[in-house]
Design a protein around this ligand. Structure first.
Ligand code: CP
Ligand code: NVA
Length: 299
């Protein structure tokens, strides 16, 4: 069992607990762990769309012997004015845990405040810690651990990047971050990584991040809810595309949380190349979240 009541960002886990979840996920993936969660139900609250998060959580609960309920924005009274606090208290009376994908991170904190069952962050505008679990599992598998692995984050300092920065610091993964100046990570995230003793190196030029990297990670430039910033963001990210030219002097493998916008943050040929870890990374959402659910819910 984990000490934390909720999984709102990756550092709700201690470093030991993070390794425990990753080890559990690897054991589940290898078929060596048959822990089940019979009769347990996960409520899945979505304000934004999802392919991987929805399907991996729902499939994961089925495979663990439990059940998941999809609660989309138009499916429940939350979308028709019922307050988050009421929704959260009522859900607590029915389900064993809630996974929530929301816009505002503050709303996630409010749900957690009113919940008697664990709340799992399935992505907010600020953080995507379930993605980080899968990312770290993927790197651990590909490089047989985190020692001497050099990672690069190239592109937007967004929710996926912010949780990855903290997760990387927790496992001691060396990370260089290249973002346009106006689209960097939040100061609080960088301070948290520093407090964990492993802050990322920040550079402006993506070439400086990727040349010595073993793995290069990127994500969309225009996240869900930022569609009105499309014009200015496309201009700001000129030069940050992960393409064969950027990687010309690098043997790095490539990660992307998906969905990818081919021709924007990454080219189709890189995404489809032998460098690409993205399909393993996507699969690992399932195993990583099963590891998390078992650690959160198995008494
Ligand atoms: N990576 C990820 O969270 O994908 P979805 O938006 O499809 O869930
Ligand atoms: N940064 C992206 C991640 C999608 C999984 C977004 O928030 O839209």
């Amino acid at each position: 069992m984990l000490e934390t009541d909720h999984f709102l960002d990756i550092d709700d886990l201690s470093t030991d607990e993070l390794h425990t979840v990753l080890d559990r996920a690897a054991a589940i993936k290898a078929g060596a762990d048959d822990t089940r969660l019979p009769d347990q139900t996960l409520g899945m609250l979505f304000e934004k769309p999802s392919t991987r998060t929805r399907i991996s959580f729902e499939t994961g609960m089925t495979q663990l012997g439990g059940h998941a309920i999809f609660l989309g924005p138009d499916d429940i009274q939350l979308g028709h004015g019922e307050p988050l606090s009421d929704t959260s208290r009522v859900l607590s009376r029915y389900v064993d845990a809630v996974m929530a994908r929301l816009f505002d991170h503050e709303d996630l904190l409010e749900i957690a405040e009113y919940s008697d069952v664990p709340i799992v962050n399935g992505l907010t505008d600020d953080a995507h810690p379930c993605q980080t679990l899968a990312d770290l599992l993927t790197i651990e598998e590909a490089f047989d651990g985190f020692d001497d692995v050099q990672a690069a984050w190239v592109g937007d300092g967004n929710n996926v990047g912010q949780s990855f920065v903290i997760g990387a610091a927790m496992v001691g993964l060396d990370l260089t971050v290249a973002t346009p100046v106006s689209y960097g990570m939040d100061d609080a995230v960088l301070e948290q990584a520093a407090a964990l003793g492993h802050p990322p190196t920040i550079v402006d030029d993506p070439k400086d991040a990727v040349d010595d990297a073993d793995v290069v990670y990127t994500d969309v430039w225009i996240s869900m809810g930022q569609e009105d910033q499309r014009h200015e963001k496309l201009a700001a990210f000129d030069g940050y595309q992960v393409n064969e030219r950027l990687l010309a002097d690098s043997d790095a493998q490539v990660m992307h949380c998906l969905p990818a916008h081919r021709g924007e943050e990454i080219t189709g040929d890189v995404l489809e190349s032998d460098r690409s870890l993205v399909w393993d990374q996507a699969e690992n959402r399932l195993h990583a979240q099963k590891g998390l659910l078992v650690e959160l819910l198995d008494a």
